[in-house]
Ligand binder design. Structure first.
Ligand code: B12
Ligand code: SF4
Length: 485
């Protein structure tokens, strides 16, 4: 018996195929293959840079689906199904919008694979007709069951030289726009220390990306792990919330254990926005402006040599074009190692999506991820204080300015972070051009490879305002023409 695991691409650029040059190992497929009994043959194809051999015999195509890859996933599913191969879809998107995904697969898998994958394999052994339409496993059990991902399947695929791993899953905070908060229902699951340490010890590579949603959701659990991590002398990065800076013992342990920096969601400089989005770890507690409050925290991060990847979401209700420019200034003046200026996206099944839907502010029939005219990093809703096109343009402007070689050079001059060691400088200079290039390439990308539309699911029909596809395309092409320079 053979199972083929697929990581889909997002889509295509206007005039050529998009190949993700900054691609990372698809850890969820390594976990799935690790959970598969050894007598079952496993193949892994990564649509981000290789052709999927649809005619290669297989008993099941197992596709991991995120909202950005949904359209492409459905195209891949259709190819397999037209050849009589059954398809199962799993991951964030099927868990959050199961009805939509069911239309494109023989089976969908809701939740985390650790507790439910064995049942899928057992059913498949009895024959494809025994596969159930829906499998449901509790989310958030993480890898507590002792799964070792099959990293041998990643070899030779040209992934970035960084090992992906999990210490925990989920996050305790209630941010209203966040798919994680919804998926895990504000719960946080931590793997046993010894299991993670053993997984690290088995690696040849000593640069790890803990792909946790919030590595520091539970400070005490993190501290206990970091104390044991110190002797392994690795270097690592992860994602965490800004409240870490209130705990100096934790900051010390981060530095001592080899933490280079974290992706931190700053989101916005407006206290009104932070309150509205329920961004609990960021709420300004003193009589300070958000800029000054954040500044104190960034100073703590710098004291511990943290090379921060600052993440911002643009288009909140209190945002104006002026406040977005101010946000950009904040990022540049702090010389963050990386920054993501993302348009705030209404992810289905989140409180934020429900609010916009109720207010009639969703664009693209409320299903931007399936709409044939929707483009990557374009507004998918009507903001309060600017037009959707103005938001798209303002966001692109931030990305464009941030990733220019002259800005990368200017941001480098920080002796507490990027210039505090040769290794850190190497990280800064090695990864900034890759991420910059990807940001330019992705802007305005279409989802999926086919030009034909996938019909929106009837349950989403009719919610939302209309948008000018022509004007949006104009912005996309003006962004693209600037990419060439
Ligand atoms: C690391 C990461 C990245 C890395 C890339 C990783 C990679 N390999 O390429 C980087 C930083 C580059 C990145 C980029 C982006 N990401 Co990202 N990313 C993650 C993160 C934090 C971890 C992914 C991971 O490896 N997890 C570990 C594995 C083991 O867990 P898993 O994927 O959840 O899989 C488990 C289950 O879901 C299930 N499962 C998954 N697939 C399947 C398939 C089958 C068949 C079955 C049975 C089960 C199953 O079982 C698995 C084991 O338990 C997730 C959040 C998360 N918790 O997963 C966000 C996440 C997937 N990313 C997200 C987004 C939005 C993005 C971006 C679009 C951001 C942006 N605006 O640019 C980009 C582009 C994404 C793309 N497709 O190209 C969203 C997706 C939202 C959604 N509703 O789908 C998430 C959920 C984060 C969030 N806060 O909402 N990302
Ligand atoms: S802190 Fe981050 S991961 Fe946690 S709910 Fe908020 S946005 Fe999501």
């Amino acid at each position: 018996m053979k199972i083929t695991f697929i990581k889909p691409n997002i889509g295509r650029m206007e005039h050529s195929l998009y190949v993700d040059e900054g691609r990372m190992e698809p850890l969820q497929l390594g976990v799935l293959a690790g959970l598969t009994p050894s007598d079952v043959e496993c193949a892994l194809y990564d649509d981000r840079m290789e052709d999927i051999p649809f005619d290669e015999p297989t008993d099941l195509a197992a596709i991991t689906v995120e909202i950005y890859t949904a359209r492409r996933s459905y195209e891949i599913a259709a190819e397999y199904r037209s050849r009589g191969v059954p398809v199962i879809l799993g991951g964030f998107h099927p868990t959050l919008v199961p009805e939509e995904c069911s239309l494109h697969a023989d089976s969908i898998f809701i939740g985390d694979a650790e507790t439910g994958w064995a049942e899928v394999v057992a059913d498949l052994r009895r024959g494809p007709s025994h596969l159930k339409a829906r499998y449901q496993a509790p989310p958030g059990v993480g890898q507590a069951g002792g799964v070792l991902p099959r990293r041998d399947l990643f070899k030779g695929k040209g992934y970035l030289p960084i090992t992906l791993m999990q210490f925990s899953r989920g996050c305790r905070f209630p941010c209203d726009f966040c798919a994680i908060s919804r998926f895990f229902d504000r719960r946080h699951f931590v793997r046993p220390n010894r299991e993670v340490l053993e997984e690290i010890a088995r690696q040849d590579r000593k640069l790890i990306f803990f792909v946790d949603d919030n590595f520091l959701s539970n400070h005490e659990a993190a501290k206990s792990f970091l104390r044991e991590l110190i002797p392994l002398r690795i270097r690592w990065v992860s994602q965490a919330s800004i409240d870490m800076t209130h705990d100096l013992e934790l900051m010390e342990l981060l530095e001592e254990s080899g933490c280079l920096g974290n992706v931190i969601g700053f989101e916005s400089l407006s206290p009104g926005n932070l309150k509205l989005m329920k961004k609990a770890p960021n709420l300004v507690k003193q009589d300070l402006s958000a800029w000054d409050y954040y500044q104190r925290q960034v100073d703590v991060l710098r004291e511990y040599h943290q090379q921060t990847w600052a993440a911002f979401t643009l288009g909140h209700d209190h945002d104006t074009l002026e406040s977005i420019r101010e946000l950009y200034q904040f990022a540049e003046s702090n010389k963050f190692c990386f920054a993501a200026f993302n348009i705030l996206m209404p992810y289905p099944n989140t409180p934020y999506y429900a609010r916009l839907e109720a207010e009639g502010r969703l664009l693209w029939d409320g299903q931007w991820w399936l709409h044939p005219e929707y483009r990557f990093n374009h507004a998918a809703f009507v903001p309060k204080n600017m037009s959707p096109d103005e938001l798209t343009e303002a966001c692109w402007e931030c990305r464009y300015r941030w990733n220019r070689p002259s800005t990368i050079f200017k941001r480098m001059w920080d002796f507490r972070t990027h210039l505090s060691s040769f290794y850190r400088l190497g990280v800064y200079l090695g990864y900034n051009p890759i991420y910059g290039k990807e940001a330019y390439k992705k802007q305005g990308m279409r989802f999926g490879l086919s030009r034909d539309g996938i019909k929106p699911h009837p349950s989403y029909q009719g919610s939302g305002a209309s948008t000018s596809a022509a004007r949006t395309s104009l912005i996309a092409s003006s962004c693209l023409s600037r990419n060439v320079k």
